[in-house]
Design a protein around this ligand. Structure first.
Ligand SMILES: Nc1nc2c(ncn2[C@@H]2O[C@H](COP(=O)(O)OP(=O)(O)O)[C@@H](O)[C@H]2O)c(=O)[nH]1
Ligand SMILES: [Mg+2]
Length: 324
């Protein structure tokens, strides 16, 4: 059984099949379909023309230049080793290499407090999808039977507090509000105290992510971390960067700055449904060694899915799955 056949067999058993396929439809059009087209020009030898075209497809899908080079180098070696290589074999090798690149650094699991509230900080620049993601996570944890509360700690963006409070009303989740233009850390302290007093399992903190300068960002984020840890031992248990997948490589540079400024423990990639740049998942893992925890596939509270590598790889590579 080829690698792609195995991937397909695994995918057929997943509950989220339809959501993944539709969420990654644009990426698949860019990636799987373009690769499929390459089979007509391919003569069986891994020559520089083929590798150049492959690099373009990979870069347009945003896997990043490092990853694209790595994949092409591996293929070049195989070409030298074996001479003529059937196209389907080449495609199997490509997707398998992407999987290996992702798996090079092991994924850690999200951390949950054994006792008392688990604190999750959501960080990221304006518009990346933090508030919407907080709503999605609340919906998901509530469905699992957890008690959830919000902290509206984005005190800088006008209207941000109201936006989260509105989600709170809709989802029946209490929202501890910061004061507009006030200190976000003060809101986090209030939230932690509320969580302890009210037996909240999961405290979701929607923060501001100002990127004007790294020193300022670091100071702000480290204060939030500090006050959090003082109120609740081990908090924040998870610090997730919310990243807009449509911003591609630019998003990756943002992620690097946040990762230097704070101790990130995972990434949530939003707006996957609106982009053909699905390769960003691989680039993030390769460059930041951070797991992609969840992906956002729409604007509704139900449009969040845990990231599943096999489903992802299968969804973007449809189009080449049947090349023979
Ligand atoms: N299509 C799509 N839109 C999203 C997704 N996540 C967030 N958005 C939209 O992106 C915009 C900004 O989101 P918001 O949560 O306010 O970002 P914030 O500034 O980081 O809090 C809103 O219009 C959201 O509805 C997603 O996964 N898919
Ligand atoms: Mg917001």
């Amino acid at each position: 059984m080829s690698f792609l056949d195995t991937l397909k067999a695994k995918f057929q058993k997943k509950d989220d099949r339809a959501v993944y396929l539709s969420g990654f439809a644009k990426s698949k059009n860019k990636f799987g379909d373009q690769l499929q087209q390459m089979q007509y020009k391919y003569k069986g030898y891994i020559d520089e023309d083929f590798l150049e075209e492959l690099t373009i497809v990979l870069l347009e899908s945003d896997v990043g230049i490092d990853t694209a080079d790595l994949i092409c180098e591996e293929l070049r070696k195989k070409g030298q080793e074996y001479g003529k290589i059937p196209f389907p074999w080449c495609m199997n090798f490509l997707i398998e290499t992407m999987k290996k690149i992702y798996e090079e650094y092991p994924d850690t699991e999200p951390l949950f407090a054994e006792e008392g509230p688990t604190v999750i900080l959501l960080e990221g620049v304006n518009g990346s999808g933090k508030t919407t993601t907080a709503a999605k996570l609340a919906h998901m944890y509530k469905k699992k039977g957890k008690s959830v509360a919000f902290v509206a700690a984005d005190t800088f963006r006008a209207g941000a507090i109201g936006q989260l409070a509105e989600w709170g009303e809709r989802l029946d989740v209490p929202c501890i509000k910061g004061i507009e233009n006030g200190d976000p850390s003060a809101a986090i302290v209030d939230g932690c105290r509320y969580a302890k007093e009210n037996n909240i399992d999961i405290l979701l903190c929607d923060t501001a992510g100002r990127l004007q300068n790294k020193a300022g960002l670091m100071a702000e984020l480290s204060k939030m971390n500090r006050v959090c840890g003082k109120e609740i031992e081990g908090a924040p248990h998870n610090t997730w960067l919310v990243l807009d997948a449509t911003t591609g490589q630019n998003g990756l540079s943002q992620a690097k700055i946040f990762n230097e400024a704070t101790n990130l423990t995972g990434i949530i990639l939003t707006k996957m449904d609106g982009t053909a740049k699905g390769g960003i998942v691989i680039a993030i893992k390769h460059e930041l060694h951070l797991p992609v925890r969840y992906i956002g596939l729409g604007e509704k509270p139900t449009d969040l899915r845990p990231f599943d590598l096999d489903s992802y790889l299968y969804s973007i590579s449809q189009g080449i799955e049947n090349v023979r």
